[in-house]
Ligand binder design. Sequence first.
Ligand SMILES: [Zn+2]
Length: 105
Amino acid sequence: MERGRLIAEIVKQRIEILFYLAQDVFPKDPELAKHYAKLIKELGKHYRIRLPKEIKRGICKRCGSLLMPGASASFRLASSKGFAVYKCLNCGAELHVYYKLRRST
Ligand SMILES: [Zn+2]
């Protein structure tokens, strides 16, 4: 494997582990979870890695908090528009997540 790609793979794995840790630690220590979330963003930026969807929607774009529906984020469906809305309870930023709905019309 080419060196650059190998590094990208390793960083990706670290990002996934960090995200898992962040979710795990969140109920006990939200500040630490936020720290992990920040690390994830920095790693992604530094190595120019596209964050997986589930991670992208799990971190607030504005304040970097971990978005846990029911805990640090509210969740509602805008079903007529075809997306779900996560609202960060820390800073109030909203994240729209489109879900795959294919309509023939
Ligand atoms: Zn936020």
